[in-house]
Write a protein that binds this ligand. Sequence first.
Ligand code: TYM
Length: 376
Amino acid sequence: MSTNNGKKGMVVTPWVVSGDIDYEKLIERFGTQRLTSELKDRIAKHAGYMDPQLRRDVFFSHRDVDWWVKQYEEGNTVGLYTGRGPSGSVHLGHLLPWFFTAYLQKAFDADLYFQMTDDEKFLVKDDLSLDQAINYTYDNALDVIACGVVKGKTHIFSDTEDIDKIYKLGIKVAKRITLSTAKAVFGFTDSDNIGLTWYPALQAMTCFLQSEREGKNIPCLIPAAIDQDPYWRVTRDIAEKMGYSKPAQIHGKFLPGLAQGGKMSASQPETAIFTVDEPEKAANKIMSAYTGGQESIKLQKELGGNPTICNIFSYYFYLFEYDDKKLAEIETKCRTGALMCGDCKAHLAKLVKLFLIDFQKKREAAKNQLEDYLIK
Ligand code: TYM
């Protein structure tokens, strides 16, 4: 696969996210719409409150969300679709779209189809066996459940183990996507295995799965970070030929890793916080994270830090300080040199520990309920 999508510095593909991410440029490059405050208010009205990820523009871009919300407002059933490539443990970045999906699911009373692409990860990763990927499917499903998705309305499925439920729809989609489209969109080369060139049909297929199973057109919305967008461009092109509406998307930003630059990624485990990390170990990782601070306490007091480039500050922003006033206080104290990086990290480490203790309890409880969330 060729992983560079054209512009210097920033790479955003389903497999690689690197460089300084310019979200405004991505809106232009991918041809999406900015989420307007009017649309955010409309979503919040149905939920009864505005999720912090909406308020803070963590979800910042979309295609056809206005249409999807309108369908709901007109009394039609609407559906949600998202997924995970189970190649290892889940990290905090993955939770962002899943928390947001659970919020939308409750607001719009929607069924959620959650795809576990154990086939994709087996095909992409040389060092991952198929059995390992399948094991991660069920392990990662516990994280999805712990995010608060709705029992009875959530259908988690594995591409390999549930192939009988998806293959027919998969080949209907595959027949409509040419190899040259797949090469142009995903950068496949002649040395890629042919499994990879087939796989996009399966990720596209789920956009129509609820419609196909219920025998009627159900508008589908996909909440995910913006790296997954190439799949939806291909899917939208074939939707009408499939007899269904184009799926809508709502795009999220990336939680950064603990090192400088790039998103939190399982392929760099030392720079990620996993939901199964020992809370104490996670706290230690936070304590050694990259910050926007000065080289010495003396300089920090004199010049202040730079929250704009600070990963620690972004964790507060994305997940750990939803009170706008308190967040603004952290920012001001940092910029004016009143807050030292060590103290700021120690406070975050405490919050991360508490979060993990609570999340791990929910994950544990999910073990007894897993069956209720799997596709029937
Ligand atoms: P995967 O496993 O790479 O990622 C799962 C979800 O997490 C998002 N994500 C992040 N969000 C914020 N910050 C980060 N650092 C971060 N890293 C990953 C991804 O955008 C995704 O939403 N091919 C897919 C699996 C899939 C899928 C889908 C994903 C199948 N169907 C539909 C989204 C929607 C994959 O490997 O995701």
